[in-house]
Design a protein around this ligand. Structure first.
Ligand code: COS
Length: 384
């Protein structure tokens, strides 16, 4: 749903300019230093990028899902690390508070998230609990007016920068399943929290992940999201449904960027006396990529519109994330192939994208988890 075309066009235009003039020229520096320059972070704050999804009453831009994916189709054209910095705050880190938090929790946290003053991180994954999220072992035991948290969270995006964590922990030790899990807002400065060393990753340098270790960390009971125990798994799943549409849009944008770069290279690079774009085997790779990107883009927009219309989009979100992320991998592979030897050396940037986009098939649910969600929903509907 697009509320005001002119306002959206202005926002998307300014993101496109920012990507072109500020982000793309800094991609190599980010990859080299593993840091996003501080002035770019400040520009992101000034543009309101941290508040894209937060309601206007809390200082955000309150984009609908369709507006959000249209914005991501632009932002995602730059190295994924840039999107990653705002991604957890506009997405999985904040949306649990928005969906299920109390009014007091929303009015306390959302305004500072919207400005980028606070970075939100989503803490679900653990050393022994990844795809099987309901098996998590971190505990949050009520003690007076606090919860005492113990456990380790793993691969937590933006943990080194985080101001708060949306943390999923087991509050009911007698319930080993999803119903024993609650969601809490945890201030990153709370005593008892320590951070592991930054993970050394295959790609996405500039986006940081690490372990977060909780040892007798006392969090006010008032930070239990929605003031209800046992709802944390459902909160996490709702957050991921939305996050998966957002990631699918990023996959489309990265694919468009890689295909654009490959097309340009193919028209400039000459072999056998003509640009390689004139060869039909290269054309096949360009055409397959174009068609698949168009399909994924249509899926993303459709899933977003359905969500805005109030439908449950668990299946569509997983379909979009599955197809778009796998498609992105194929486009990255073809782009490297079109660049040939130049695609394998780092000077052209395409090998960096190839490594960066590999994560899309893994985080916010692997492709296999998306398949499982889709099939389970189909079977459930058939049985009803
Ligand atoms: N929205 C709302 N509620 C949901 C839901 C959704 N999308 N999906 C599941 N639930 C509810 C179920 O309805 C069920 O509630 P009841 O007990 O009241 O019936 C409860 O949550 C448990 O659901 P389910 O039994 O389906 O859970 P499972 O443990 O079988 O597994 C999967 C669910 C595999 C889908 C889940 O663990 C998952 O998504 N794993 C991947 C995690 C992930 O993406 N990690 C990435 C971390 S962030 S980078």
């Amino acid at each position: 749903m697009i509320r005001d075309r002119d306002t959206l066009d202005a926002l998307v235009g300014s993101i496109a300019r920012f990507v072109r003039e500020r982000l793309i020229p800094n991609e190599a520096i980010v990859a080299e230093t593993d840091e996003i320059p501080a002035d770019i972070v400040e520009d992101m704050k000034a543009m309101g990028l941290f508040g894209l999804t937060i309601p206007e009453e809390y200082g955000g831009l309150q984009l609908t899902m369709e507006e959000e994916v249209i914005a991501m189709l632009e932002l995602g054209r730059a190295s994924p690390a840039f999107r990653s910095l705002i991604g957890t705050t506009v997405g999985i880190g904040s949306q649990g508070i928005l969906f299920d938090g109390t009014e007091a929790q929303k009015s306390h946290y959302l305004p500072r998230l919207a400005t980028g003053e606070l970075i939100a991180s989503f803490a679900l994954t653990e050393p022994e609990s990844g795809s099987d999220a309901a098996s998590l072992r971190t505990t949050a035991i009520r003690d007076g007016d606090c919860y005492v948290i113990n456990g380790t969270k793993r691969f937590i995006t933006n943990a080194p920068q985080a101001g708060i964590f949306t943390l999923m922990a087991r509050t009911d030790l007698g319930n080993k399943g999803a119903g024993g899990i609650s969601a809490l807002i945890v201030d990153a400065k709370t005593p008892g929290i320590t951070f592991g060393k930054r993970d050394s990753k295959m790609g996405q340098r500039g986006a940081h992940t690490c372990d977060v270790i909780f040892e007798n960390c006392r969090v006010p009971a008032a930070n239990l999201i929605g003031n209800v125990e046992g709802m944390g798994f459902k909160t996490a799943m709702k957050v991921l449904d939305k996050g998966r549409i957002h990631i699918a849009a990023i996959c489309v944008a990265a694919s468009e960027r890689m295909l654009g770069d490959a097309l340009q290279y193919a028209t400039e690079r000459k072999q056998f006396g003509q640009p390689i774009s004139q060869f039909q085997l290269v054309q096949a790779m360009l055409a397959d990529s174009k068609a698949e990107i168009y399909a994924a883009r249509s899926m993303v927009l459709d899933a977003a519109r359905r969500r805005d219309d109030g439908w449950s989009v668990s299946t569509e979100a997983s379909c979009a994330k599955l197809f778009a992320s796998e498609m992105c991998g194929r486009v990255a592979d073809r782009a490297v192939q079109i660049f040939g030897g130049a695609g394998y050396v780092s000077d052209y940037g395409i090998e960096r994208f190839y490594r960066d986009v590999r994560l899309f098939r893994i985080y916010e649910g692997t492709s296999q988890i998306q398949q499982l969600v889709i099939a389970r929903n189909m079977i459930r509907e058939a049985e009803q």
